[in-house]
Design a protein around this ligand. Structure first.
Ligand code: DGY
Length: 329
């Protein structure tokens, strides 16, 4: 007898997802990418989703899958969506909750990996590592001792925008590098200030006082373009902006203008308003910009743990148990 179906929206997720689901009396339906393996283009077409929402009980999705209200309205049998990500901004969680659909995600396990990347981007920017690599490959630069001068990391001020788990893990790293750490968050965290020796500031002061500003805040409708033209203008000319959270927290047009006109010293971005970022995008033209393709959680260990949690979340809901991490309010 074929059981109810469970959908997996990518064929290249860690194998634990398939092995665990295979132990259940369910039919596993998997979308096999026909084009790119990443981003929205790799997501199944709408007609496939509609069929899934009508006929399957659960789905494992990625952050390239946009699950909006119109799709959720098609749900007949589906009652759990497990996303293989911490972010749930690609899912209309409010609409899902109204429909009685569980939305689960994978926080905590990717905190250290994303904080590592943020620290790596910070150092890469400050010490011009990526530019240096490019120049070595071209050759003949070793006599020019007056260039490729960077900014010291120790004693510099790091401003963290959003002191959640990732922001806190980054603060810990920065303290080990002898940085001064200030932060702004929607909720002030006195216990973390005390434990790590960091200081709270209004957002405007974080921007104006920092040598490195790192965005780690969660994406919500309220944080869209939080870092806009007016706020980028508050930053020092010598300061760097780093975003490892979500692309639309930074107004890309304002950032491009800032880089063109030299309001800031540079930027490092792991996330973009449009993903994948087109290779011809203006951001790719700047030497003082480091770009990575949304690899915050991309370590073997973290992705394996995310997969374990994603499948456990889904199975728990299917079995009538509480998932490990529920995103519904
Ligand atoms: C997530 O899981 O939401 C992260 O952005 C992955 O890097």
């Amino acid at each position: 007898m074929v059981g109810p179906c469970v959908f997996i929206s990518r064929s290249n997720l860690p194998s634990i997802i398939y092995t665990e689901l295979n132990k259940l009396p369910v039919e596993i339906r998997m979308w096999k990418e026909t084009g790119p393996m990443w981003g929205k283009q790799a997501s199944p077409p709408r007609e496939v989703w509609i069929d899934v929402f009508k006929n399957c009980v659960g789905a494992i999705v990625t952050l390239g899958d946009v699950i909006d209200r119109s799709l959720l309205n098609e749900a007949e049998k589906l009652f759990v969506i497990s996303t293989y990500s911490v972010g749930v901004d690609h899912i209309d969680v409010k609409a899902a909750t109204e429909k009685g659909i569980y939305v689960t995600h994978t926080p905590e396990v990717l905190v250290e990996a994303v904080a590592d990347l943020a620290m790596g981007l910070l150092i890469a920017l400050g010490r011009k590592i990526v530019l240096g690599d490019r120049l070595v490959r071209i050759g003949g630069i070793y006599d020019k001792w007056g260039w490729l001068l960077g900014t010291e990391i120790h004693n510099a001020t790091l401003g963290i925008v959003g002191l959640g788990n990732i922001g806190t893990a980054l603060a810990r790293r920065a303290k080990a590098f002898d940085m001064k750490v200030i932060y702004w968050s929607r909720t002030r965290k006195p216990h973390i200030e005390f434990a790590l020796g960091i200081e709270y500031r209004p957002l405007e002061s974080v921007l104006s006082e920092s040598d490195f500003v790192v965005i780690t805040i969660a994406a919500t409708p309220e944080t869209r373009h939080l870092i806009n033209e007016e706020r980028i203008r508050l930053m020092k000319k010598t300061a760097y902006l780093i975003n490892v959270a979500r692309g639309d927290i930074v107004d890309t047009n304002a950032l491009v203008k800032a880089l063109k006109e030299g309001w800031i010293a540079g930027a490092a971005l792991d996330v973009f308003e449009e993903e994948p970022l087109p290779s011809t995008h203006e951001l790719t033209k700047f030497d003082n910009v480091v770009l990575t393709p949304h690899i915050g959680s991309a370590t073997y260990e973290t992705r394996e743990r995310m997969a374990e949690i994603a499948v456990r979340n889904l199975i728990n809901v299917l079995m009538g148990k509480r998932p490990l991490y529920l995103a519904n309010p």
